[in-house]
Design a protein around this ligand. Structure first.
Ligand code: FES
Length: 95
C-alpha cells in the first residue's frame, strides 16, 4: 500500500493502489489545488520529490498542458492525471 507524503501540509497518508491522486488528496485532507481535473487547466501542477520512477509516464494531454503552462521540469506532473501504483510518493506544490 503506497504512502503519500503531502509535504506542504506535512500529511502522510496510506491508500490503495489504483486510487487517483485527487481522491487520495481529498481523503487525506491535503490542500493540493485542483481545477478542471481533466488535465487541461494546469492548476494541479506538483513536483514529485520522491517516487516519480514508479509512476506511469505522462500522457499527451498532460505533457501538452505542462508545456503550455511552462512546467518543463522532469519532476513536474499534473496531480489530477496520476493514478497511484505501489510506489511511495513525496509531493510538493506551489501555493
Ligand atoms: S486540475 Fe486542471 S489540469 Fe489538473
Amino acid at each position: 500500500m503506497p504512502r503519500i507524503r503531502f509535504l506542504n501540509d506535512e500529511i502522510e497518508f496510506d491508500c490503495a493502489p489504483g486510487t487517483s491522486l485527487p481522491r487520495a488528496a481529498v481523503d487525506a485532507m491535503a490542500g493540493l489545488p485542483f481545477g478542471c481535473r481533466a488535465g487541461t487547466c494546469g492548476t494541479c501542477v506538483i513536483r514529485v520529490v520522491e517516487g516519480a520512477a514508479g509512476l506511469p509516464p505522462a500522457g499527451f494531454v498532460e505533457l501538452d498542458t505542462l508545456a503550455v503552462t511552462g512546467h518543463l521540469e522532469e519532476d513536474e506532473r499534473l496531480a489530477c492525471q496520476i493514478i497511484l501504483g505501489d510506489t511511495d510518493l513525496a509531493l510538493r506544490w506551489d501555493g
